[in-house]
Design a binder for this molecule. Structure first.
Ligand code: PBG
Length: 293
């Protein structure tokens, strides 16, 4: 079993392998091209991928995120047909699917700016996240990975999965997800920058390690099978503490901005990955994964 998890960006269409300007060496693939790319890495021993989908169209409620023929749902089905052993993990969020580019739903009367960001309708968002998770499970995902930082997201998803007889589907919770500038290149890749405001209203304050550890504890209580710290390199103290304090596998997400900093410098990449391992991460989500399997 590999410690590495490779993220993939998947788009609609055929024959697409679109270079991402902000992330050299990384592409958005249509499903057919994605299969071609996965084939050799699976042969080398990669056993886990994390899928992000770019919808054909965005709308206010992010409906393509939970459509059974949505891009991620289609991709999971085809990937599982071709690589039945591969553990497919799916990002569960709304920001790539909503026109406002936030990780949650805003109803008109609640769509107000607050000082530190925006106000999100948490009830509608939890309902949407649960629907997304169930649709991914139906397609064949082994893990769903809620990344919206909505309070109660793990509980809502666990309940929806259980109610729909997906008890075996696990949750990798983005529990300690900081409001980070290291996500910049990813937002260009996914076309998911907020149309207004920022994500500080729901992502964690980089100065507040206690809040991060508390959120991890809460999401484990709610039913997370694996917890994540994100970004990785700038937050190794949190990875270390999460590993010491809790009895759950910890994943560290070596994010897009960290990828770009080290891209093309194999010795630096190796040393950085060793640092993440030394901090205690059980799993490492990284765009460099192909270099380590
Ligand atoms: C969506 C999401 C983001 C990332 C993963 N899921 C962006 C964000 O929260 O703004 C970032 C990943 C990366 O930078 O590699 N909620």
């Amino acid at each position: 079993m590999s410690q590495f998890i490779l993220p993939y960006f998947v788009v609609q269409g055929n024959g697409q392998k679109q270079p991402i300007a902000s992330m050299p060496g990384i592409y958005r693939f249509s499903i057919d091209k994605l299969l071609e790319d996965i084939d050799p890495v699976v042969a080398q021993g990669l056993d886990k991928i994390l899928l992000f989908g770019l919808p054909r169209e965005k709308d206010e409620l992010g409906t393509e995120a939970f459509a059974d023929d949505g891009i991620v749902q289609q991709a999971v089905k085809v990937i599982k047909d071709h690589f039945p052993q591969l553990i497919v993990m799916t990002d569960v969020c709304l920001c790539a699917y909503t026109t406002q580019g936030h990780c949650g739903v805003m109803t008109n009367d609640k769509c107000q700016m607050s000082n530190d960001g925006v106000t999100i309708d948490s009830e509608a968002t939890l309902e949407a996240l649960a629907r997304i998770a169930v649709s991914h499970a139906r397609a064949g995902a082994a893990y769903v990975a809620p990344s919206a930082m909505m309070r109660g997201q793990v509980r809502a998803i666990r309940k929806a999965l259980d109610d729909n007889s997906y008890q075996q589907v696990k949750i990798m919770a983005y529990s300690a997800k900081f409001a980070s500038s290291f996500y910049g290149p990813f937002r260009e890749a996914m076309n998911c920058s907020p149309a207004f405001g920022d994500r500080r209203g729901y992502q964690l304050d980089p100065r507040d390690s206690q809040a991060a550890l508390e959120r991890i504890r809460i999401e484990i209580d709610e039913g997370a099978d694996m917890v994540m710290v994100k970004p990785a390199l700038a937050y190794l103290d949190i990875v270390f503490q999460a590993k010491q304090l809790f009895n759950k596998p910890v994943a560290a997400y070596n994010v897009s901005g960290e990828y770009v900093l080290l891209h093309g410098q194999p010795t630096l990449i190796k040393e950085a990955i060793i640092a993440i391992q030394r901090a205690g991460a059980d799993y490492i989500i990284t765009y460099h994964a192909k270099e380590f399997i």
